[in-house]
Design a protein around this ligand. Structure first.
Ligand code: NAP
Length: 284
């Protein structure tokens, strides 16, 4: 079998076009980002988010602070953005510099503006099955499954990874879509035993090539969230040879990666709608 590659670049482009049309209809929206410190990858991600937002007609505020900024000052800035009526959505780029309390800073974001979906109000609503803002990467994976008409209801799904950013929200979204979900992690005893039974495998680990062909059921859909910079270039968590066994596979690059920014833009529109009373925000 040769897997159908799930093209995230193409789907992300169509979502961005849709966001552009909706942003114009809404009369615009504004996304503020806060970047603290010198993490090189974070600077690249922030540039990309701003370029993508501008392209769809979302106004942006790009706030960058030195790594030496006091945690209290970062929290004060977040509170200022919470109070700023011209800002619809906001995110604090992670990781924060060593020693800074990420939980305190991300929890300071007003849930209605929390486009990353990391605030406990948003995480809690996802847990309760009443999602408001949802982490963009997991949302992007669900959109890819939907686009390629992968049956989720009743499917056996295995999520490898249990981070707050990807693994847990992914498991909850699959559960909400009526999959039977198993969450695997670094202490899972026999990972292959789980993945071999799965109709859907989502790998969100950060280990290049962790999922190899004999761990995959023939015909399964495999979603590779991993982004690993190796000496051979960018690699996912899934060995590309899995394409010989799987029915569907997201390539790296060009699979989940482009979806994340597209869904972040959609979340910004959602925030603008919540704030204008066009959508009910049941979280506060
Ligand atoms: P993370 O916070 O480091 O979490 C990794 C998870 O993988 C943990 O739950 C860990 O288990 C589990 N794990 C580690 N080794 C394992 C093993 N050998 N077998 C099974 N599970 C194992 O990472 P993350 O933030 O979720 O990101 C995961 C990957 O996705 C990274 O490559 C990241 O770059 C990528 N990513 C991509 C996007 C995108 O837009 N495409 C967005 C976000 C992240 P424990 O909990 O037991 O430690």
């Amino acid at each position: 079998m040769t897997a159908t590659l799930m093209n995230g670049t193409e789907l992300a482009a169509s979502i961005r076009a849709q966001v552009a049309a909706e942003a114009a209809e809404l009369g615009g929206a504004c996304l503020a980002t806060v970047l603290v410190g010198d993490d090189a990858a974070s600077h690249v991600y922030i540039e990309r988010k701003h370029a993508a937002a501008r392209e769809v007609g979302i106004e942006t505020r790009d706030i960058r602070l030195a790594a030496t900024t006091a945690e209290d000052d970062v929290v004060a800035l977040v509170e200022e953005l919470n109070a700023d009526d011209s800002v619809d959505g906001m995110l604090v780029q992670l990781p924060l510099p060593a020693g800074m309390d990420e939980v305190r800073v991300t929890h300071a974001v007003d849930p209605i503006k929390d486009v990353d979906g990391f605030h406990p109000v948003n995480a809690g609503n996802l847990y309760l099955g009443t999602p408001l803002h949802v982490p963009a990467t997991a949302w992007g994976c669900m959109e890819l499954l939907e686009k390629y008409e992968i049956p989720v209801s009743g499917a056996d799904a295995v999520v490898i990874g249990r981070s707050e950013i990807v693994g847990k929200p992914m498991a909850l979204l699959l559960l909400a879509a009526n999959a039977t979900v198993t969450v695997c992690h670094s202490r899972t005893r026999d990972l292959a035993d789980h993945t071999r039974r799965a109709d859907i495998v989502v790998a969100a680990v950060g280990r290049p090539g962790l999922v190899v062909p004999d761990m995959v059921k023939p015909g399964a859909a495999v979603v590779d969230v991993g982004i690993n910079r190796t000496e051979h270039g960018l690699r996912g968590d899934v060995d590309p040879a899995v394409a010989e066994v799987a029915g569907y596979l997201t390539p790296v690059p060009g699979g989940v990666g482009p979806m994340t920014i597209a869904l972040l833009l959609r979340s910004t529109l959602k925030a603008a709608r919540y704030r204008r009373g066009l959508l009910a925000f049941r979280g506060s």
